[in-house]
Design a protein. Structure first.
Length: 404
């Protein structure tokens, strides 16, 4: 029986901060896990280095399910983004190792391909409607068949989801201290339906149109917005309200037929059990890196499948190529796959990571190499030391803190 002989944690800032776990076995096989938690990276690095690595050494890497419960139940203090991201990194690395030992890509360990590629969506944005429309055209030219649209709200100097520069990604953690951004719900509710309507008027209905509210409305406001968007046939309205109180979604659901997606901030099946079992949402966005790894996310996907809720996993640039590779292996095997978020990383990231997926014609395709097919260059990673970055904070006009 092979045993775990090393577990190393790497914090690097290749285009942005990433935390990566590498597990090595007595057979010399290595596996990778993503442990990136945007704005709180060092907490997960410490949870791994100081609390989990000593528990991993000497254990059997093949016992993935046992390891998951050992780390989850053994913590006593269950759930939460730091704990579940650390467990996710270990779990993902063990699936990578299992695939390499078996000589099979992880998607084959998960039951084999249900589809060749995973439909993805890109992120069009603009400082105004005209700029947004040009950006939607750009993403259509790049082959995207699903596009998220976000535009700056007039009067709000910094709006969520509006990219700076000409890449594909939107990098919110851009400041060494939280950037305090003004938010005014009424301005947003007046403007967002107008620019989303402009997108449909310009480009029609031949592609999926998505929008991210980013946790900022009350259930009443979210119902109003969803109702106003119904004629635009949105693929989804994302994170309409903060999701701590799952009951709140009953009111949103009753007020609109616009499909609802939620879950990128969830870290366990218990965060979404009611939303899924009561069908209060249409898509679950939980991710490999923040929801306990492949083992736990697969459980969430199976619960969702039972209730005809489809998957729509998070895939922003603060998920490293490691967890994005794992995501695609899950996506191509899930019966209830819906869509995968995909923001191309800063090119610097690929000086450190070789991804286990390729983008082609609006979809991501998994590597068929054994394991996840992702590689990590430790030497290159050393060239990019950690660079503390924080997510923004929203403040209302009266100065009080709002949901960002
Ligand atoms: C966003 C994210 O991709 C999304 O849907 O909600 O960009 C989110 O703001 C970041 O992942 C936060 O780190
Ligand atoms: Mg989002």
């Amino acid at each position: 029986m092979a045993t775990i002989t090393a577990a190393e944690v790497f914090v690097t800032s290749a285009g942005r901060n990433f935390v990566t776990l590498r597990i090595t076995t007595s057979d010399g096989v290595t596996g990778l896990g993503d442990a990136t938690l945007n704005g709180r990276e060092l907490s997960v690095a410490s949870y791994l280095r100081d609390h989990l690595v000593p528990l991993l050494l000497g254990r059997d890497p093949a016992r993935i399910e046992d390891m998951w419960h050992y780390l989850y139940k053994g913590a006593y203090w269950r759930r939460g983004p730091v704990t579940m991201t650390a467990i996710a990194a270990v779990d993902t690395a063990l699936w990578d190792i299992k695939g390499k030992v078996a000589g099979m890509p992880v998607y084959d360990l998960l039951g084999g391909l249900a589809r060749d590629g995973a439909l993805v969506y890109g992120h069009a944005s603009g400082q105004d409607t005209a700029e947004l429309l040009d950006d939607v055209a750009r993403f259509k030219d790049l082959g995207f068949r699903a596009i998220r649209a976000q535009a700056a709200v007039p009067g709000s100097p910094a709006s969520y989801g509006v990219r700076h520069g000409d890449g594909q990604g939107y990098e919110p953690a851009a400041a060494s201290l939280p950037d305090e951004q003004l938010w005014h719900t009424e301005d947003y509710l007046d403007f967002a339906p107008r620019y989303l309507t402009a997108v449909r008027e310009r480009f029609g209905f031949g592609f999926h149109l998505l929008h991210d509210v980013h946790h900022r409305l009350t259930p009443t406001e979210a119902g109003q917005l969803g109702h106003r968007l119904e004629d635009l046939r949105m693929f989804w309205m994302e994170d309409p309200v903060p999701a701590e109180l799952q009951d709140n979604f009953r009111q949103v659901r009753a007020a609109t037929r616009t499909p609802i997606a939620v879950g990128e901030v969830f870290n366990s099946i218990w965060d979404c059990e009611q939303l899924i079992s009561e069908r209060l949402i249409d898509y679950i966005r939980a991710s490999v890196v923040h929801a306990g790894g492949i083992t736990h996310l697969r459980r969430i996907f199976h619960l969702a499948e039972l209730h005809q809720v489809r998957t729509g996993s998070h895939g922003a640039t603060d998920l490293s190529p490691v967890s994005m590779s794992a995501a695609v292996h899950l996506d191509v095997t899930a019966a209830n796959f819906g869509i995968q978020e995909y923001m191309a990383h800063d090119p610097l990231a690929f000086e450190v990571f070789t991804p286990g997926y390729t983008y082609r014609d609006g979809a991501l395709y998994p590597s068929d190499a054994p394991g996840l097919g992702v590689e990590f260059d430790e030497k290159a990673a050393e060239r990019f030391p950690y660079d503390p970055r924080y997510l923004p904070v929203s403040r209302r006009r009266d100065g009080s803190v709002h949901d960002w």
